[in-house]
Design a protein around this ligand. Structure first.
Ligand SMILES: NC(=O)c1ccc[n+]([C@@H]2O[C@H](COP(=O)([O-])OP(=O)(O)OC[C@H]3O[C@@H](n4cnc5c(N)ncnc54)[C@H](OP(=O)(O)O)[C@@H]3O)[C@@H](O)[C@H]2O)c1
Length: 334
């Protein structure tokens, strides 16, 4: 089969299409013929040597959707030919509250989805919702799961609440908007691009502010009746510091990343006086992945796909992610 193999770290040009051996399904596993894969910031961090425990050569890619081609011993034969979406959370463990010591993310060290085929535990494939194209289904897993746990499990967003999603151009953020909306919340966003704010509004956000304007916090507070009940953030830095200032009393701030660095000026006085809660979160369990798929199936939600590149152009796709020009997920069609 063909796969994008990373043999040395560096720029996107290191992602090269190669011929490699076809995978074989072992006991409890399936082989999926992939139809689409999607990029995550994780792939860029690995390329740039900004990720722990990198092992090369590697086939990157955590997100994928395709058709089950074969099954190993002990796996239901009727799975062959089914259209599936892959859960990239490997061995979350027994405790729903946090991932166990064996936890890994698909796509380095295990061979990932930037390939024509993948071998994966049968427990990690779920039937693809019929209303989703393969490209849309491949867009969902890693970022959708992260957003689901942040919004539904950690923040416990309820109908009627107001939610601020920062940096809406990000992969996780676009899913956080959709999930919070589906749970009945009113959603506000920030972005460094007015165009992305407009796109978010047409995707259901009530309003937004440009974080390049130093008054963005005041703007969000005035449009959200004094401030949001919940903030979902992946930026850190000023985004978290300002969120503490504008969050409503008893508000929850959930963060899943720190793209713009540490928050060195958190106003702790305001936090305790407001009875505010700040929570870290990461990816999610198999139970949460199944709930995410059910939600997208039941509400017929379509993930935002930014652009689809052919597998052979994985380097160009990574360049687009490095530039940060995307709205929604960057996908590889296979
Ligand atoms: N914990 C986990 O399980 C998990 C999972 C996935 C991702 N992450 C982390 O979450 C972060 C985002 O990941 P992603 O894949 O969603 O990345 P992404 O698609 O590349 O998005 C990054 C976004 O950050 C926003 N941003 C940059 N500076 C900002 C600021 N000062 N204030 C607010 N927003 C700002 C930008 O939004 P605009 O384009 O709208 O300006 C940008 O699009 C990364 O750090 C990633 O490592 C963590």
């Amino acid at each position: 089969m063909k796969a994008i193999v990373l043999r040395e770290l560096g720029g996107p040009e290191k992602l090269k299409l190669e011929e490699v051996a076809d995978p074989r399904a072992e006991k409890g596993e399936v082989v999926v013929r992939l139809k689409a894969a999607a990029l995550n910031h994780r792939d860029v961090f690995i390329l740039q040597n900004l990720y722990p425990k990198i092992k090369l050569p590697a086939i990157l890619g955590s997100d994928g959707a395709g058709v089950v081609e074969s099954v190993g011993e002990g796996v239901d034969q009727s799975l062959v030919g089914r259209e599936v979406v892959i859960n990239p959370s490997l061995e979350w463990g027994d405790d729903e509250r946090f991932q166990g010591p064996k936890y890994r993310i698909l796509g380095m060290p295990e061979d990932g989805t930037f390939a024509e085929k993948i071998r994966i535990s049968a427990d990690n494939v779920l039937i693809k919702p019929a209303h989703l194209s393969f490209e849309e289904a491949a867009a969902l897993p890693l970022a959708g799961l992260t957003a689901y746990r942040a919004v539904a499990t950690r923040a416990r967003v309820a109908a009627g609440e107001t939610v601020l999603v920062t940096g809406v151009g990000g992969g996780v953020a676009t899913f956080a908007v959709q999930i919070a909306k589906a749970l009945g919340a009113t959603v506000f966003v920030t972005s460094g691009s007015d165009e992305k704010i407009e796109k978010a509004k047409s995707a259901g956000a009530q309003g937004g502010a440009n974080y390049k304007n130093p008054d963005w916090g005041k703007q969000i507070a005035s449009m959200s009746d004094g401030g949001p009940d919940v903030v979902i953030d992946g930026a850190g830095g000023d985004a978290l510091e300002t969120s503490v200032k504008i969050i409503k009393p008893a508000g929850r701030i959930v963060f899943y990343g720190a793209t713009s660095g540490l928050a060195k000026n958190l106003d702790l006085y305001r936090m305790f006086f407001k009875q505010a809660t700040m929570m870290g979160t990461t990816m999610g369990s198999s139970r949460e992945f199944a709930s995410l798929i059910d939600l997208y199936h039941d509400k017929k939600i379509h993930p935002a796909v930014d652009q689809v590149f052919p597998l052979a152009e994985a380097a160009a796709a990574h360049r687009r992610m490095e530039e940060g020009a995307q709205f929604g997920k960057i996908v590889l069609g296979i």
